[in-house]
Write a protein that binds this ligand. Structure first.
Ligand SMILES: NC(=O)c1ccc[n+]([C@@H]2O[C@H](COP(=O)([O-])OP(=O)(O)OC[C@H]3O[C@@H](n4cnc5c(N)ncnc54)[C@H](OP(=O)(O)O)[C@@H]3O)[C@@H](O)[C@H]2O)c1
Length: 328
């Protein structure tokens, strides 16, 4: 049984101008949910998240090791015991990166690939429909109209309730929004990377474009893959993502970065937060952001991170002090 108090502490934000609300903190299953992980730990993470009001779980066809799709298989197994909560859950999946051999499962945005992949994802998760179906990455070789129609078709077939795109820049987003508008497709999200150490969406203007067009942002790697936590304040621990060699960001952890993280940690402490909590609150201060998609390797990290919603306000002085440290 899930906790009776699961909705008491979480903040729910409307996805752009749609009717859909998402928790300010969502759980992503990219890493640590494949068959190379420990199943009991994955189950504990999903249960912990749900007990804390995290209703949104973000997947993709290719998540999981040692083979693509293993995260969806494990999530499907966890869902079997959570069936009676299906209507309290918002499940997202995606297709776009390379998934299976041959021309149809390659990195692309064709109707052929997106249609077949969604059927596979539904089977792996044991679901009749997903709540949000995304095209995972812009494909310059497929006409955008074809990709948009394939997503729209998933909705018309009842296999997805809403659609989104991920890793689409301003120009690409503007173009596909025009097509979705003509089709009247329920597009609710773009999913870009964004954090204190990665602000490309601000420079690109993607955040404002989405805000003005009533589309939300579900942002990934808001902790910069774990760097914006207390994990790396004294270097790289062996059991961390960077220590396991699973992060290409490890190369950025030089002495200057470690000093910067410690300075940010001091600001977080003065606000009564941990560094991870402040990093998430900072991302959520952007009015275009609906939800932060966190990853986790253990339930305690989720417990710590959701508390970011208790301190979403920043003073001008705090924002300026943070700005001085993160400007690169
Ligand atoms: N659309 C896309 O192209 C795309 C790409 C990437 C990710 N995503 C989505 O975004 C989700 C999150 O991405 P991400 O995993 O890179 O996000 P992240 O939240 O920036 O990093 C998560 C990692 O940080 C560490 N961590 C988290 N909380 C911590 C805490 N309180 N204290 C210490 N360490 C902590 C854990 O790593 P360790 O404990 O292992 O060190 C955890 O696995 C993915 O699961 C996926 O759903 C989407």
């Amino acid at each position: 049984m899930a906790s009776d108090t699961r909705y008491d502490g979480m903040v729910y934000n409307r996805c752009g101008r749609s009717g859909l609300k998402l928790p300010a903190v969502s759980l992503g299953l990219w890493q640590n949910f494949g068959h190379t992980g420990v199943y009991a730990n994955m189950e504990a993470m999903v249960h912990t998240a749900f007990d804390l009001g995290i209703t949104h779980f973000d997947l993709a066809n290719n998540y999981g090791a040692p083979y693509n799709g293993s995260a969806e298989e494990n999530f499907g197994r966890i869902l079997r015991d959570m069936r009676h909560y299906r209507d309290e859950l918002c499940v997202s999946t995606k297709a776009g990166y390379g998934m299976w051999p041959g021309p149809y499962g390659d990195r692309n945005g064709s109707r052929k690939y997106l249609t077949a992949s969604l059927d596979q994802s539904l089977k792996r998760m044991g679901l009749e429909y997903v709540d949000i179906y995304y095209h995972h990455i812009y494909d310059p070789d497929t006409p955008l109209e074809e990709t948009a129609l394939a997503l729209d078709n998933a909705v018309r077939q009842g296999k997805a309730l809403y659609v989104g795109v991920s890793n689409y820049r301003h120009r690409e987003m503007e173009e596909i929004l025009g097509i979705f508008r003509e089709l009247r497709t329920p597009v609710v999200l773009n999913q870009p990377s964004y954090s204190m150490l990665n602000r490309w969406i601000e420079e690109d203007g993607l955040d404002e474009l989405c805000y003005e067009n009533g589309v939300g942002l579900a942002v990934f790697s808001p902790l910069y893959q774990g760097m914006l936590t207390d994990r790396y304040l004294n270097g790289i621990p062996a059991d961390s993502r960077a220590g396991r060699g699973n992060s290409r960001l490890a190369g950025e952890l030089d002495a200057a970065m470690i000093k910067r993280l410690n300075d940010l940690n001091a600001i977080a402490a003065s606000r009564g937060q941990t560094l991870s909590q402040m990093a998430l609150s900072w991302v959520l201060r952007n009015r275009a952001v609906t939800t932060v998609l966190i990853g986790a390797s253990r339930p305690e990290q989720i417990r710590e991170n959701v508390k970011c919603v208790e301190r979403l306000d920043f003073s001008e002085e705090e924002l300026e002090a943070i700005e001085r440290l993160i400007r690169r």
